[in-house]
Design a protein around this ligand. Structure first.
Ligand code: GYE
Length: 355
């Protein structure tokens, strides 16, 4: 072989080697892709229809769900934010059905109006897990189970705390002129907290001056407080159905030259609220501007995950799962409140806790 022929042969050999290496690589890549596909197929697909992002509580709840339903954890999450509109939630559920998800998780904005769409999910054989607020349906086989808080109990606990506080200070029930800034009308959180409030205020004999809707937002809470102040100058206690509303109410009260605090005999306006999630609201407790907050726990992600794991294992999770909650306050004067023979602890929030 002459030198030219030798170099052509070497060149050909190199090309063959290169092709073989590339072929190897690509087949390895194919396998890797196939592995990847298999892994994707193994994921449990969860469609979650969230109410919106109306409050700090809601954002903490979204984060809790998103942190659990990850690929690493074996899930694929399809997240839909409904901007507080039931029609958006119904559209989202229909799209989950079309995509044939494994589970539908619904945080319903209001209680009624779910029968049709949940029947569609049932027909498609997709289990529905309700989280946070509840649904009011004619047939409870339309959902697998629910996990969330007992909102009426939360309301009663906060009222019991107030009553103990007033008694301790020797304040007569007739001297309590109290307004309720309600949450989104028709939502379980509003229905329960308003019911607890109505029941206890009647029982204690407080003078209820107004009910105003605050939609669970700071801006609406502020508007509601201004409305109340315009027609009820004597209001000295405000029951806000979440802490976003309470922050708005503080702004409205201060803009009107009022002082927020527990000392109602000295002209202060006492505010109570729910959630205890928001740092700003917790700081207001430590400062004494919000007197008491009924705890509402938003960390439902792991709870829903454990329900799904049970269903995957062929087990039957409990139909209704209530979360146990306590109270936050700015004073240790009332260490706990008792309800139905059960003690609920009062956790004191101090400025030191917030640093
Ligand atoms: O209290 C409020 C939120 O449904 C428990 O909704 C939830 C409530 C919560 O917007 O802050």
């Amino acid at each position: 072989m002459n030198t030219r022929k030798v170099s052509v042969a070497i060149y050909m050999l190199m090309i063959i080697c290169l092709c073989t290496i590339l072929a190897g690589c690509s087949s390895r890549q194919d396998t890797a892709e196939a592995d990847h596909d298999v892994a994707e197929d193994d994921l449990i697909v969860v469609g979650f229809s969230q109410i919106g992002s109306e409050s700090y509580w809601r954002n903490a709840n979204t984060e809790s769900m998103q942190s659990v339903f990850t690929k690493e954890n074996g899930f694929r999450l399809i997240f839909e934010n409904a901007q507080q509109k039931q029609t958006n939630q119904i559209t989202a559920i229909r799209s989950f059905i079309q995509r044939d998800v494994d589970y539908i998780v619904l945080a319903p904005v209001v209680e009624t109006g779910w029968d049709t769409v949940l029947s569609e999910a049932k027909e498609a054989g997709i289990p529905v897990i309700i989280v946070d607020r509840q649904v009011d349906v004619s047939d409870d086989s339309l959902f697998t189970c629910w996990v969330g808080s007992d909102f009426e109990l939360e309301g009663m606990l906060v009222c019991m705390w107030m009553s103990k506080y007033f008694n301790m200070r020797g304040i007569q029930p007739s001297a309590i002129h109290i307004a309720d800034i309600q949450g989104t009308l028709g939502s379980s959180a509003q229905i329960g907290r308003t019911k607890g409030f109505k029941h206890m205020s009647q029982l204690y004999g407080w003078d209820v001056v107004a009910y105003e809707e605050g939609e669970f937002t700071k801006s609406k809470g502020k508007e509601a407080m201004s409305e109340i102040l315009a027609s009820h100058k004597d209001v000295n206690v405000v029951y806000c159905e979440n802490d976003s509303e309470a922050l708005g109410a503080v702004e409205a009260l201060e803009a009107a030259g009022k002082k927020c605090g527990s000392n109602i005999t000295k002209g202060e306006v006492m505010l109570v609220a729910f959630d205890g999630v928001n740092e700003e609201a917790r700081a207001k407790v430590a400062e004494g501007k919000i007197s008491c907050i009924g705890e509402c726990n938003p960390l439902h992600g792991p709870r829903v995950e454990s329900i799904i794991r049970k269903l995957e294992a062929g087990e039957r999770p409990e139909k209704y799962q209530y979360v146990t909650e306590g109270i936050f306050a700015n004073t240790s004067d009332i260490p706990s409140v008792m309800i139905s023979g059960q003690e609920r602890t009062v956790t004191v929030i101090t400025k030191k806790d917030l640093q």
